[in-house]
Design a protein around this ligand. Sequence first.
Ligand code: AMP
Ligand code: GLY
Length: 428
Amino acid sequence: MKVLVIGSGAREHALCHSLSLDPDVTALHCAPGNAGIAEVAELHQVDALDGAAVSGLAVRLGADLVVVGPEAPLVAGVADAVREAGIPVFGPSKEAARLEGSKAFAKDVMAAAGVPTARSYVCTTPDEVDAALKAFGAPYVVKDDGLAAGKGVVVTDDLEAARAHAAGCLGAPPAPSGQRGSVVVEEYLDGPEVSLFAITDGETVVPLQPAQDFKRALDGDEGPNTGGMGAYSPLPWADPKLVDEVVQTVLQPTVDEMRRRGTPFSGLLYAGLAITSRGVRVIEFNARFGDPETQVVLARLKTPLAGLLTAAATGTLAHLEPVRWSDDAAVTVVVASHNYPGTPRTGDPIAGLDEVAAQDSPHAYVLHAGTRLEGDTVVSAGGRVLSVTATGKDLTEARDRAYRAVSRIRLDGSQHRTDIARKAAEGA
Ligand code: AMP
Ligand code: GLY
């Protein structure tokens, strides 16, 4: 089968890497892709947010399946355009993608479905924000209602910082149309976080293995929130019943509620969870594979990926054989540009990629995020530049291999966390 992947990050490189290993995939295309994806797929330059352009490309290529990686094209309705062209697509409709596109909408669906989540207020004025902050107390949690690439959330003990972030999200003063943004203020959830992905066709829910990502920029979970600085799977500390519990209390009720509303959700439903002292709570939903968790989850997936995604796209998941997993552990360390998550410096040459391929493969490999080719040289082209991924018999071995590979990479001014999966590997 011919598969077209939309997107250009390390998540899409991980998807393309797995699809390239699937014997059923005879041709692999990606738009727009990056320098690493170019090694396993044919790249095409289209605007990933333009549904007509993407569906036109899929028709031209005779694609049997289109996989939409990032949230922005989903929220823009790209999956709808491909579906209308009669091509199976892995990814929810524009309506269903609101589960990620609007935090207020997600809260509404969770309330209707009885899904446990943080108590919250949706605020549209500074006075409402103040009242909500006062009601919950510190630590304060303030979220931009719309998409913000993982950077729209502020968790802080500083009341003024919470108010300032809310004011920024609301936008002041109101436009002549009277329209202004909204902001979600919610109670603080304690406890470790888990990312659990499920493949769904709108009815059947097939959970993948849980992973944990590291959202803060600096070691010890210090510094600002980012798109994600690393990940690992499995989670040795998690209750083995966690996945079943989340399917029953979160994923299946949400999928059922979306179907009941006439806007079934098919594709990847990502539950960001907090394992609090009072039980599991949803922090957020995403409507697509997480980045960098996908890098570690797919590293452990043994079931061929194209069949799994096609079953979701064609409504046949109920007939699928159980998903098979490797017993290996996987760790991903993100190498980011100078100044990320602020405005990153780009255009710097990246050295050492050949050394990783020669000395660490197949246990460790480099998935590209923000990279492009300048002549024959791979240069940085975004905030998160590389996802260095490794597998091993346990987390200690996987993390040693990942960090050995990271040490071979040379990118001027780059940064990475040194503590990805450390506590989990040490059994702490
Ligand atoms: P989100 O974009 O909603 O996933 O939030 C980004 C990050 O902010 C999460 O991964 C958490 O680390 C943190 N966060 C979000 N909501 C809460 C909450 N209610 N309590 C504590 N931390 C939160
Ligand atoms: N790893 C967080 C995300 O993909 O949203």
